[in-house]
Design a protein around this ligand. Structure first.
Ligand code: WQD
Length: 343
């Protein structure tokens, strides 16, 4: 079966996608510099699928290495490009580090494929919409000025990809705009490994529940939403991983929409922060401590995705609900307590 390069394949979404590619009969090949992940994840993948993926550890900012890899691996039929820095707050502190890493890795990969046909799937984010005027937000909604250098790297990377695809027909690109990925594989052998204090809601919830952190702070209860807390479209990481397999398949079959396309990847339904807290308690039977705090700078009030285009044209739909998201995230946190993969 065809080989798919997965950059950032030991990361959170990357590792789940490697598993789903293997389940679908593909041979994923990983490139990861391990700056924000752990080579032990490859053994965890092997425990799930029975196959340890081939992996190469180098930095995609190293242009000669990228060119050499692509030249030496002409049988790679597709690329799923996850490798990037992704912390919103950190990107505000270190904009150049973010721009350097996220742009050079993408440009080096695209340059290495100059003149060769390549199916290319890019990790984008619903952050490109900012606060949409209409909900659920469709792919046709305008892209709003990013609130952070991280968000800007996603917007500009989409532009780099669409302009490159317009100029050169060998690039067949799909950009997947993720809503909020949460949860872990059902076997709880892979999951998110946040560095330091988690900035994202669900890892904070699970760490608080296990006693690693104090009470959760709900960032704002004065939004114009039914319970006053902010609303997001949480998507199970395994469903998200499957969307990448669907994107590769669509590119292999020839995307009738042309050689650059974007898809929302969410469930199509929003949950408020308070609803997520309640869903965690209900799904796990574990009580959470929380307090209400001020709004977090840069947060939008509410966003959830219109997923009709993905359902129809990508042939993909989320199958797992909020209970599975919370249960799997909690099982993973408990697994990590006894198996500290993050050191
Ligand atoms: C969700 C909601 C918070 C923590 C970010 C990036 C996005 C993507 C995913 C990825 C918000 C609230 C959070 C807490 C809280 N990036 N919250 N207390 O901000 O929607 O998306 O992560 O790589 O591009 O912007 O996700 O999980 O941080 O927050 O109340 O301790 O939970 O204010 O309303 P967000 P999140």
């Amino acid at each position: 079966m065809s080989k798919i390069l997965v950059t950032g394949g030991t990361g959170y979404i990357g590792s789940h996608t490697v598993v789903e590619l293997q389940n679908a009969g593909y041979t994923p090949v990983v490139i990861d510099n391990l700056v924000n992940s752990n080579a032990g994840v490859l053994n965890q993948i092997e425990k799930i699928t029975g196959v340890k993926p081939e992996a190469h550890h180098f930095d995609l900012c190293d242009e000669p290495k990228v060119t050499q890899f692509v030249t030496e691996n002409p049988d790679i039929a597709g690329v799923i490009h996850f490798a990037a820095y992704k912390a919103v707050g950190e990107s505000v502190q270190q904009p150049l580090r973010y721009y350097h890493n996220n742009f050079f890795s993408l440009i080096n990969l695209l340059n290495a494929y100059a003149g060769r046909p390549v199916n290319f799937v890019f990790s984008s984010s619903c952050t490109v919409y900012g606060q949409p005027d209409q909900l659920p937000v469709t792919e046709a909604a305008p892209v709003r000025k990013a609130e952070s250098p991280y968000g800007n790297t996603k917007q500009v990377s989409e532009e780099i990809l669409s302009e490159t695809a317009a100029a050169f027909s060998n690039y067949n690109v799909i950009s997947l705009r993720y809503f909020n990925p949460v949860g872990a594989h059902e076997r709880a052998l892979i999951g998110e490994l946040p560095l330091g204090v988690p900035q994202n809601l669900v890892p904070f919830i699970t760490q608080s529940a296990i006693g690693k952190r104090g009470p959760i702070t709900v960032f704002g209860d004065d939004y114009n939403t039914p319970d006053g807390s902010a609303i997001r479209d949480y998507i199970h990481v395994v469903d998200l991983a499957k969307a990448h397999v669907a994107a590769i398949r669509l590119l292999e079959n020839g995307n009738p929409n042309g050689n650059f396309d974007v898809f929302n990847v969410g469930t199509g339904r929003g949950y408020s922060v308070l609803e997520v807290i309640a869903a965690f308690e209900e799904a796990t039977g574990v009580k959470l401590d929380y307090q209400i705090g001020p709004r977090r700078a840069g947060d939008v009030e509410q966003v959830w995705g219109d997923v009709s285009k993905s359902t129809k044209e990508l042939g993909w739909k989320a199958e797992l609900g909020i209970a599975e998201m919370m249960q799997s995230a909690w099982r993973w946190e408990q697994y990590l307590k006894d198996n500290p993969l993050n050191g």
